[in-house]
Design a binder for this molecule. Structure first.
Ligand SMILES: *[C@@H]1O[C@H](CO)[C@@H](O)[C@H](O)[C@H]1NC(C)=O
Length: 263
């Protein structure tokens, strides 16, 4: 018959062995860029956020975010608070994405996800080319994330949901693919991550009438290490622009599936 002390010791060893992932620095980093549907407007399209956080978006010790002050903290909705400024924020795809990645058997249980929110509402791709404020902010945040993560951490992907603001003028839609390709090439070079995976979301809505033209441009983007996930068909709020909270949960899962398919 084992003594209570021995049982307690065995339990401790068991807990340590399974790695519950409560570290304060992440092991797996994801960059999140784009405009409002990446920033998150789920439940926030009527002037205020309804505060509804589904289980798939709940805070977890295994999911951190890089704060506006470039520090790691437990992530919670709205994930882009302090980043996607001057907007009423709600649920986006980042938290459900991280939960779905954590739940995968392809990921070690000791994994701690580090989300690096960088999106800003209403911004066309021209606001993200090399030299712009938003591009520079994304590079600065990505570098800070890599510098403060665990020594063996990996920067796994950029999740990108943007293009609605490029549907207003035909000229913008026409140059979209080239601008997107240039942005990714520049980012990979500036971060010294030449094989950084990019998961691009096909837009479901637009601020103008050239939605199909931008969607075609997105599909025409030619880059290595690029995945495409389509948001078209997901539930849209009554502003005809933003994904609902359930839609963001679904998108997060689709993004996770796309990422996990690359492992
Ligand atoms: C987007 O670009 C326009 C034109 O250069 C600029 O006026 C605006 O401040 C930019 N917005 C952001 C959020 O960087």
């Amino acid at each position: 018959m084992a003594s209570p002390q021995l049982l307690a010791l065995l339990l401790l060893l068991l807990l340590a062995g399974t790695g519950t992932g409560t570290g304060t620095a992440p092991t797996l980093i994801f960059l999140l860029g784009g405009q409002s549907n990446m920033g998150g407007r789920g439940g926030a399209t009527s002037g205020a956020w309804d505060g509804v956080v589904p289980a798939e978006c709940a805070a977890s010790p295994r999911i951190l975010r890089l704060s506006p002050e470039l520090r790691w903290e437990e992530a919670r909705e709205p994930l882009h608070a302090g980043i996607d400024v001057h907007n009423v924020l709600g649920v986006g795809p980042g938290m459900p994405f991280a939960h779905a990645v954590c739940a995968s058997r392809a990921i070690p249980p000791s994994t701690v996800i580090g989300l690096v929110p960088c999106a800003q509402g209403g911004t066309p791709i021209a606001n993200w080319t090399r030299g712009t404020e938003l591009y520079q902010r994304m590079v600065t945040r990505a570098r800070a994330a890599m510098a403060t993560a665990t020594a063996t951490a990996t920067t796994a992907a950029l999740l990108w949901y943007q293009g609605e603001a490029d549907t207003i003028r035909r000229e913008d839609a026409e140059v979209y693919a080239g601008k997107m390709e240039a942005m990714v090439r520049d980012l990979r070079r500036d971060l010294a991550l030449p094989e950084l995976l990019v998961i691009q979301v096909g837009i479901a809505t637009g601020q103008g009438k050239f939605v199909e033209a931008v969607r075609e441009a997105q599909k025409a983007v030619r880059l290595p290490w690029l995945k495409y996930v389509d948001a078209k068909g997901l539930p849209i709020a009554n502003d005809y622009t933003h994904l609902t909270t359930p839609a963001q949960v679904k998108l997060g899962k689709l993004l996770a599936k796309a990422y996990l398919s690359t492992l």
